[in-house]
Design a protein around this ligand. Sequence first.
Ligand SMILES: Cc1cc2nc3c(=O)[nH]c(=O)nc-3n(C[C@H](O)[C@H](O)[C@H](O)COP(=O)(O)OP(=O)(O)OC[C@H]3O[C@@H](n4cnc5c(N)ncnc54)[C@H](O)[C@@H]3O)c2cc1C
Length: 390
Amino acid sequence: MNFEFTDEQKLFAESVRRFALAHLEKDALTRAHNSGFPFDVAKLMSAQGLMGITIPEADGGIGGTLMDAVVAIEQIATVCPRSADVVQFGNFGPIRTFAEYATLAQKARWLTHLLTGDMVMSLGMTEPDAGSSVTELVTSARSDGSHYVINGTKVFSTFSPDAAIFLIYVRYGPGLEGIGSVIVERGTPGFTIGAPSSFMSGEQWCELHFESCRVPAENVLLGPGGFKKQISSFNVERIGNAARALALGRYAFNTARDYASTREQFGRPICEFQGLQWKFAEMAIKLEGAQLLLYRAASNADRDLPSAYETSVAKAACNQVGFEVAHESVQAMGAMGYSRETLVEYCMRRCRGWMIAGGSIEILKNRIAEHVFDRRFDQRRPKPKAQAAE
Ligand SMILES: Cc1cc2nc3c(=O)[nH]c(=O)nc-3n(C[C@H](O)[C@H](O)[C@H](O)COP(=O)(O)OP(=O)(O)OC[C@H]3O[C@@H](n4cnc5c(N)ncnc54)[C@H](O)[C@@H]3O)c2cc1C
């Protein structure tokens, strides 16, 4: 067991940090409060080789590891928290599922644009009546010769105000086996994008409505039975989500530590008060522990398929720690922490959302408990006996 980065990883981390300091540090504050997808950052990152780090070179990616992508998120986020969203988008989000399962024609049409930062994609999975119980989704895709006809509504999709294409989970038929996904382009007749609503973080999302929306059969990403593949890609998404939450917690911690070293009250720097020292010690313990869980999940996933258990443990730990540390950092900075002069309050608001998105803390704990007891706990109401016997 080795807790050190390799020389290659150290060099990579250093080069990403230099890039972030040179290009992203200056506008970090304004960027965080701008709800639009930062296409300018995506283009810069593409030129720097930070988009598609884990996507094979043959597909236009870099052919690196998940750990590389985690390192990139950490280095970017600790300089410009908002820009870490671009690393997430370019390496962990729906782009990974797309790159893994798209046909050559689909890749030729869209992947290059996604990797160069010209285009962003949004994931439409959640519906008004299918959140945690996502397999209850009802958005339907009915075959109609050369097309599929889509009907349904999606909510909460990240980047939906700016996305050019949408990866939409659909139901081709009943049950788990009936679920798959299609790509829908903005502007397709029958596809309406509602007015933007805001999350607590300031990010915006739009309702997506499909009314007899005809999508060419070439736009099918995964046909019936595709759900399990999509969900296994989701374990990778969770590693990126965990990395971002932890990195924003660390950003808040670093800012609060620097503040506590120089801010004076009662004639001395506030870091000399034990009440604050212990807060920082507690935060350090939490950050270090979650960091190890994240690295274990990412580096094991690089050797084998991501483990649902390890990624659940890492995401639950990093989401909780990121939020708790950012929350305590606000407190340690008093009114300055609560104000928009720094990004500490922003980190707290962003981290809060990841405790819900991409597998809520409770749903992750359900998964962890199944590992602990080595049995499955069905979350659905048991069927009445007569029905169960059928
Ligand atoms: C910042 C953010 C970004 C998002 N981005 C996207 C996106 O890009 N695309 C997309 O499709 N969706 C997105 N979502 C939606 C997200 O996937 C859902 O919010 C999530 O699946 C939870 O669903 P819900 O909000 O409907 O909560 P519900 O499922 O209604 O749950 C409400 C509460 O009950 C708990 N709960 C539910 N079932 C159980 C159970 N069996 N055991 C214990 N507790 C349970 C939940 O953990 C939660 O605390 C995003 C959400 C957020 C906050």
